[in-house]
Design a protein around this ligand. Structure first.
Ligand SMILES: [Fe+2]
Length: 255
């Protein structure tokens, strides 16, 4: 019954929040697994397990840019891991967090303006990949930054730094502040704030979302070791199947 309700929410809004409280990390991951298995056949692999920010390091900065975990294969060239669902959990014994997860439905954001046809979008993705994409072209072009995906789709002269020519550039550092990121999108007629859902996970809560339907980011600082993240997806997905998943992104640009 509970699983059916969670699956319904996931299908409708592309995310589901489980208030629990779930006392242990294992409980959270078992719950996430049940939701993901109900949503997708065949069963997905766990392709990433992270603690954000790492327990031994400093607190996070006060925002995280909008992105898709593991990125979308915009011009796939060889088998790659592709993330389908991300699960976020805060341990029940953790103090309350000030950080919120920002969830941005790609379809709602992108449908607010007009875009080229899918073939032209694919061409633009490839061009952007050549100038601004992976350092290693043999790997193809996989992009995780929503700002870069939008910039690629718009064509024209990019304003974001190229990871090829800016040695040492770290992905996710495109903007110095949340305001700067929102301004970047607004100048391109993309009203992120109008379509964002913010979720502040309480201790013991779990969030599962569709990583290819929603871009996500953060507002606020996270303490070291605060957030547990598990990523469900495909391991070494063949190029043809990556192209099929790219169709989901292209569909979000359709009128
Ligand atoms: Fe992420």
């Amino acid at each position: 019954m509970r699983a059916g309700r969670d699956l319904g929410a996931l299908r409708r809004r592309r995310f589901v929040r489980i208030c629990g409280p779930l006392e242990r990390l294992d409980d959270a991951w078992m719950t996430a697994r049940a939701i993901v298995d109900a949503a997708v056949e065949p069963s997905l692999a766990v392709i990433g397990d992270f603690v954000v920010p790492p327990a031994e390091g400093p607190p996070s900065r006060d925002f995280q840019t909008l992105h898709l975990d593991f990125g979308v294969p915009l011009a796939p060239a060889r088998p790659m891991d592709v993330a389908r669902f991300t699960a976020l959990y805060i341990s029940a014994d953790t103090p309350r967090s000030v950080a919120v997860t920002r969830l941005v439905p790609l379809r709602s954001l992108l449908s607010a303006r007009t875009w080229p046809c899918p073939d032209d979008l694919v061409r633009r993705f490839a061009e952007y990949g050549n100038s601004h994409g992976a350092r290693d072209d043999a790997a193809g072009y996989v992009e995780g930054s929503l700002a870069r995906i939008a910039e690629a789709a718009l064509g024209g002269t990019p304003v974001l730094p190229s990871v090829k020519t800016h040695l040492g550039f770290r992905c996710g550092m495109e903007f110095a502040s949340l305001a700067e990121e929102l301004t970047f999108f607004a100048r391109r007629d993309l009203r992120v704030d109008a379509v964002t859902t913010e979720v502040r996970l309480e201790p013991g809560e779990l969030l599962v979302f569709d990583n290819l339907a929603l871009a996500h980011g953060r507002r606020g600082v996270r303490r070291p070791g605060e957030l547990h993240q598990r990523v469900f997806g495909h391991r070494a997905l063949p190029v043809m199947q990556q192209l099929a998943l790219r169709e989901r992104l292209l569909a979000a640009f359709a009128p």
